[in-house]
Design a binder for this molecule. Structure first.
Ligand code: URA
Length: 235
């Protein structure tokens, strides 16, 4: 791998910044300064240091974000704030993107990564990854809502939803709902199909990863090694 690509993939510097640092002797490979970053290294074997700090090669990064209201699930948007804006520059440079979408007004757990193949697998309907949401609604949930959702409700456009699990609050003005798919506005449309309306929606779980209550809205952290295993291998 080219040295400048390696440094930018590790999130340390853009190629331009890396070239500037290298000219000033700030990049070493196996202890020797290198001025020309078009040279190649083996990221698994060679020891690279940038501005005196050794660089650990991490091809893929997994981030847990508590998405705030008002942000779109995108890596760029001209009209609205977008979720990757909430990450520091060093991570944005690594090409992180959200694993699946939440609506602009939906809050809560969002995973961001630059691991395209895993994101694709996690979102594939064949994998049935559970997504759990906490919601409140406009009028009390119909008494048979649990059964209707469990049997698979048909939406206004004719789409037949997979079986979903509803756990209603005692007053039936909200609850938790678990899906194994993720169609456009799915929960809002599912509530619409039983003559109700979502007032607030928060994702609280994605597969084996739960929303970290200590993360404020808009805050993020890297997944722990244990969470990474739960996400990728369902352990
Ligand atoms: N269902 C919705 O309607 N909106 C979301 O953001 C997620 C699930």
């Amino acid at each position: 791998m080219r040295i400048d690509k390696f440094l930018s993939e590790c999130g340390l510097a853009s190629r331009k910044e890396a070239a500037k640092a290298a000219k000033a002797g700030g990049v070493t490979v196996n202890g020797a300064p290198v001025k020309d970053l078009s040279g190649h290294i083996d990221p698994e074997r060679d020891r690279v240091a940038f501005l005196g700090r050794s660089v650990e090669y991490r091809k893929f990064v997994y981030i847990l974000l508590n998405k705030p209201e008002g942000y779109v699930s995108a890596t760029e948007d001209k009209a609205h704030p977008f979720v990757t804006e909430l990450l520091p520059e060093e991570y944005r440079r690594m090409g992180l993107f959200p694993v699946g979408r939440l609506d602009k007004d939906t809050v809560g757990l969002m995973i961001l990564t630059n691991d395209g193949p895993s994101a694709h697998r996690l979102l594939s309907p064949r994998h049935h990854v559970e997504k759990e949401y906490r919601f409140t609604c406009k009028v009390p949930l119909a008494p048979d809502a649990e059964r209707i959702y469990a049997e698979g409700i048909t939406l206004a456009d004719g789409y037949e939803c997979k079986s979903a699990r509803l756990l209603a609050d005692a007053d039936r003005m909200g609850g938790r709902i678990t899906l194994t798919e993720g169609k456009y506005h799915q929960i809002k449309r599912m509530l619409g199909a039983i003559d109700n309306r979502i007032l607030t929606l928060e994702r609280i779980r994605f597969g084996g990863i739960s929303l970290d209550k200590s993360l404020e809205r808009g805050a993020w952290r890297l997944l722990t090694a244990e969470e990474e295993r739960a996400l990728l291998y369902g352990e």
